[in-house]
Design a protein around this ligand. Structure first.
Ligand code: CA
Length: 166
């Protein structure tokens, strides 16, 4: 029995697993979809969910939405997002939000956004009503600046991260 069936979006995931003949046991994990980099594993979804649903999905796979800890990691994510984008409007949720307190951007591991490691696109964040962050690569973003604030309820692809298993 599939674990996820509460709403249409998770149903979509289930259908995607079925279409790819991924077994019921491994479907929610999609283990082989993880990409290793720098001692971590990354999952780039090929379907869209809200920020909260994306986070729940990452957790169900043993990870969380991605936390950007270095320029190198940002560069890797940006490069991979560019490869994964099959439409210009594809944006990917990352693990950052200011929904607790407006203007106070926190990562999902509760660390505060480090000012020297911010990659907002020019003019972002630009909306008090948009409390979650996507990565969007358009025409080769300058200086790795690929972050946009978006409404947490909107549907986007997402990036999960988890430690490599030894
Ligand atoms: Ca990280």
């Amino acid at each position: 029995m599939f674990v996820f069936h509460e709403n249409t979006q998770t149903k979509k995931l289930q259908e995607e697993c079925e279409a790819k003949h991924i077994s019921e046991q491994t479907c929610p994990r999609c283990e082989d979809g993880w990409e290793p980099h720098g001692g971590k594993l990354y999952f780039f979804s090929s379907f869209t969910l809200s920020w909260n649903e994306s986070r729940r999905q990452c957790k169900s796979m043993g990870g969380d939405l991605v936390v950007v800890n270095s320029r190198e990691e940002q560069r890797f994510l940006q490069t991979t997002v560019r490869e994964k984008m099959d439409k210009a409007e594809n944006e990917f949720w990352i693990g950052q939000t200011d929904s607790k307190k407006e203007g106070e951007w926190l990562w999902v591991d509760d660390t505060r956004l480090n000012a020297s490691l911010t990659f907002w696109h020019e003019g972002e964040p630009n909306n008090w009503n948009e409390n979650c962050v996507t990565m969007w690569e358009k025409d080769g973003a300058m200086e790795l600046k690929t972050w946009y604030d978006q409404s947490c309820k909107s549907s986007h692809e997402y990036i999960c991260e988890k430690p490599e298993r030894n």
